[in-house]
Design a protein around this ligand. Structure first.
Ligand SMILES: [Zn+2]
Length: 188
């Protein structure tokens, strides 16, 4: 499923709320699978500040979708809204296969953070954790070291710089270095 026409074979309306206004693909990161969404859904998925919790009552139906990617989006949105009460009731009824559950949790959006929490994410928006392995996606001049870390280089067992969401630490070429998160991709 990778383009609008393919998605429209699966559904002729928004797969979340069944409206048909401004249908467009929405990519359910970190996978490349897409679902068909309407403009109001797309706007709110992209901008948490725009979320109108009543709009998402539609998840009462779409959380039972046969499409895993739809379930993942429903699960993430219900988590974002769960302080409203009713979304928690829906979450309690929801069951995801283990692999789908991991997909749903991959962005870390389900964890309610206070504003001081620092979250490290790779270029795809996948949450990074202490001890993860990452791959560099471009050549980087390493500050304070006289070498260039090459694209494709692995950094294993990373540490998160606790006061900077954009920095992780690890070893490359045997040297301890700090790397900017937007230049790495989590490696599985
Ligand atoms: Zn919609």
């Amino acid at each position: 499923m990778s383009n609008l026409r393919e998605l429209q074979k699966r559904s002729t309306v928004c797969e979340l709320c069944s409206h048909d206004e401004g249908l467009q693909p929405y990519t359910v990161i970190p996978k490349e699978e897409q679902i068909l969404v309407c403009t109001p859904c797309a706007t709110q998925l992209e901008d948490p500040e725009a979320i109108d919790s009543n709009h998402w009552r539609c998840l009462n139906d779409s959380m039972w979708s046969e499409v895993d990617a739809v379930k993942v989006v429903a699960w993430r949105m219900l988590h974002q809204l769960k302080k409203e009460g009713w979304p928690q009731d829906l979450l309690d009824m929801m069951y995801l296969e283990e692999e789908v559950q991991q997909w749903a949790e991959a962005t870390g959006d389900h964890i309610i953070e206070d504003e001081n929490t620092i979250i490290h994410k790779d270029l795809n928006g996948t949450r990074l954790s202490q001890g993860d392995s990452v791959v560099l996606i471009k050549d980087l001049d390493v500050k304070g070291a006289n070498f260039t870390a090459k694209r494709g280089a692995f950094m294993r067992n990373i540490s998160l710089v606790h006061d900077n969401a954009e920095h992780i630490e690890g070893r490359i070429n045997g040297q301890q270095v700090v790397i900017v998160t937007k230049y790495v991709k989590k490696s599985s």
